[in-house]
Design a protein around this ligand. Structure first.
Ligand code: GAR
Length: 191
């Protein structure tokens, strides 16, 4: 198997980015080589620094044209992109050139699509009176949250839940499964 160079895209607190970085820190063949973010104030920036992973901050213009990021990713030999709390639609050029996986904090195809991210998802789940939610790990294609589903795991939604308590439960599920599912996905891609 070739060496895999993972780049994490994140724009939030970065708790998933951190567990992913820690998971691959001792891996023989798979490494997190950089974190890309559009927000230097985001928690993920400080986490990447603390873990000695280079963090590249890109501007809105860089993101929209796609070329700058494409070149930067090529320069660092990126082989796989992981979206871990990244809220923008990925430019077509990157979709064509890289294998990309995303995590979504609900059971897709429900509660997905444009505008559905983070707490908004949990608020919608709660408002609909669902008694379960979960996580979806999926490949990224041109359509928001519609790529091939690789993995799902469920958790209950309790009567006295708030968006915050659901988010906490969902984060636990994400941290438990995302790193190992990324590893599995990379192995499958390489065979
Ligand atoms: C995660 O729950 C992730 O599933 C969600 O953002 C959160 C980021 O948390 N992603 C989306 O909503 C994408 N549509 P983190 O910054 O602590 O990893």
């Amino acid at each position: 198997m070739n060496q895999s160079n993972i780049v994490i895209f994140a724009s939030g607190s970065g708790s998933n980015a951190e567990v992913i970085i820690r998971h691959f820190a001792t891996h023989q063949k798979m490494h997190v080589v950089a974190v890309f973010t559009n927000n230097p104030q985001a928690g993920v920036f400080a986490r990447a620094e603390k873990l000695n992973i280079p963090c590249f901050v890109f501007s809105n213009e860089d993101f929209l044209d796609g070329q700058t990021l494409n070149q930067k990713l090529k320069n660092i030999n990126c082989s796989h992109i992981v979206l871990a709390g990244f809220l923008r639609k990925i430019p077509e050029l990157l979709i064509q050139n890289f294998k990309i996986v995303n995590i979504h904090p609900a059971l897709l195809p429900n509660y997905g699509g444009r505008g559905m991210y983070g707490m908004k998802v949990h608020e919608a789940v709660l408002a609909a009176g669902e008694n379960e939610s979960g996580i979806t790990i999926h490949e990224v294609n041109q359509k928001y949250d519609e790529g091939t589903i690789l993995f799902q795991a469920k958790c209950e939604v309790k009567a006295d839940d708030t968006p915050n308590t659901i988010a906490e439960r969902i984060h636990k599920l994400e941290h438990k499964h995302f790193p190992e599912q990324i590893e599995k996905w990379i192995l499958q891609n390489d065979n």
